[in-house]
Design a protein around this ligand. Structure first.
Ligand SMILES: [Zn+2]
Length: 103
């Protein structure tokens, strides 16, 4: 499961500050009442648009990992939210998909 890591940092600032080390998951999304021994489970790397680490937790009761995806990365897409928004805006302002592809 991926949750938002609501931070107002660029990817460069995130890496400089090692912000994944400061990420906190207050409670398990599967067991909000607690008691499931939710624990830090290291990090996993994202390689695009720049290398960065995503903090991860593990719930032994649900047998699931939970990661906190920083706001500048878009869930399930390899780029940043800015890049996706730019593509959407370009597509919206062009007369055809063909024109948008060459902008
Ligand atoms: Zn849990």
């Amino acid at each position: 499961m991926q949750l938002r890591y609501p931070i107002d940092l660029t990817i460069e600032e995130y890496n400089e500050q090692k912000a994944w080390e400061h990420a906190e998951l207050d409670h398990c999304p599967f067991h909000p009442e607690g008691g499931c021994d939710l624990a830090r489970h290291g990090t996993y790397p994202r390689k695009f648009p720049e290398y960065c680490l995503v903090p991860r937790w593990y719930c032994p009761s649900a047998h699931k990992t939970i990661s906190l995806l920083p706001d500048f990365l878009a869930s399930r897409f390899p780029g940043t939210l800015d890049e996706i928004e730019q593509a959407v805006n370009t597509a919206g302002s062009c007369k055809s998909q063909e024109e948008a592809a060459f902008v």
